[in-house]
Design a protein around this ligand. Structure first.
Ligand code: UDP
Ligand code: MG
Length: 334
């Protein structure tokens, strides 16, 4: 029977914990009474993760394993897993048991209520450092202001998605994949389910500050070309400033007087200074102009659909509604 729920879980060096993870998934999802599948994506583990997972799959038909030739990273592993799912409600969950499989039940209930995207929302962790909290605050703000996407706070990759969300995600062609941002970008009716993030069952975290910074850069550059446009603003600002200053100097030349009555004169280097500012400003502005074109080329090259359609009502011919050229069209509801 075709699965209703598909669970996708990337694993990297999780040999010690994977059996327990699979056990907990069964314990949680069996209770829901619908057919499901668990797709483990082995992201080039250096330990016995693949052997352990394949061993489980040999006797357990709900488990399927996709194994990479080497480590491609968590985002690539999630991306791959989502391309193999057959279910209608798709769960993305870490395999280290930090995301409790027991939360899949409440997420599934929300899906049945009609939500298409159910985030796992981490309950407040007070043990986090001030630096971590500050950087994440800054990150969410930047994403909202610059990238115009409102990433839900305190969410990781743990989430349940409707088939439509996954289809839309799978159709995004870009190479640098910031999974959370891209899923958020697709839109759809979303809600959250709170959970407490557990400590790792075994092994150690593979994320460090370097990877986090890379993820932050991916997410910003993937969703906004604002940095390319900084030069336009900076250049205009400098050149305008220089122009205003010139006006001031000219005004002083004609109308200002020294205390002894002689006409006031700016020292010669003032003009040199203004000329430098002006030229600098114009140059930076022109770099910004190149940036504007680059930004457009980049967006064009990213090749994202212009829109994503959720539903069609009373359409008999889906091909007539714009075709593949703008959005991802849903199955016709007649
Ligand atoms: N993971 C992966 N590839 C990697 C690093 C991690 O597939 O290169 C998996 C890992 O097995 C885990 C999930 O992604 O299931 C989250 O990784 P981790 O626990 O290291 O990150 P953290 O929970 O500390 O953010
Ligand atoms: Mg983890």
């Amino acid at each position: 029977m075709a699965p209703i729920i598909s669970i996708v879980s990337p694993m990297y060096n999780e040999a010690e914990g994977i059996a327990e993870f699979v056990r907990q998934v069964h314990a949680a999802v069996d209770a829901l009474g619908v057919p499901y599948e668990l797709i483990l994506v082995n992201d080039g583990s250096k330990d016995a993760s693949l052997q352990v997972a394949a061993g489980i799959a040999a006797t357990d038909a709900t488990v399927r394993v996709v194994s990479f030739s080497r480590n491609f990273g968590h985002e690539a592993a999630s991306t791959a897993g989502l391309r193999y799912v057959r279910g209608q409600a798709i769960v993305l969950i870490d395999s280290d048991l930090q995301d409790p499989p027991a939360v899949i039940g409440p997420m599934y209930e929300k899906w049945k209520e009609g939500f298409q995207l159910v985030y796992g929302v981490r309950s407040k962790r007070n043990e986090e450092t001030v630096l971590k909290r500050l950087t994440s605050w800054l990150f969410y703000r930047l994403m909202r202001k610059l990238a115009k996407i409102d990433l839900p706070k305190d969410t990781g990759d743990f989430r349940l998605m409707d088939r439509k969300v996954v289809d839309a995600f799978n159709a995004l062609p870009e190479r640098n994949r910031f999974v959370r941002g891209m899923i958020c970008w697709t839109g759809f009716r979303a809600t959250g389910v709170p959970f407490v993030r557990a400590p790792r069952f075994a092994g150690k975290s593979n994320y460090n500050y370097v990877k986090l910074v890379k993820l932050a850069i991916d997410s910003l550059t993937g969703f906004t070309t604002a940095p390319l446009k900084i030069a336009t603003w900076l250049g205009s600002l400098l050149a305008t400033g220089a122009m205003l200053w010139t006006l001031v100097v000219i005004y002083q030349f004609f109308f200002w007087h020294n205390p002894d009555g002689t006409p006031y004169r700016q020292p010669g280097f003032t003009f040199l200074y203004i000329a430098i500012l002006m030229l600098g400003g114009v140059q930076i502005f022109l770099i910004g102009l190149v940036g504007e074109y680059l930004a457009r080329t980049y967006e064009q090259m990213q090749g994202r659909p212009l829109y994503i359609v959720d539903e069609l009502v009373n359409f008999t011919d889906t091909a007539a509604v714009g075709g593949p050229n703008g959005g991802i069209l849903p199955p016709n509801r007649g």
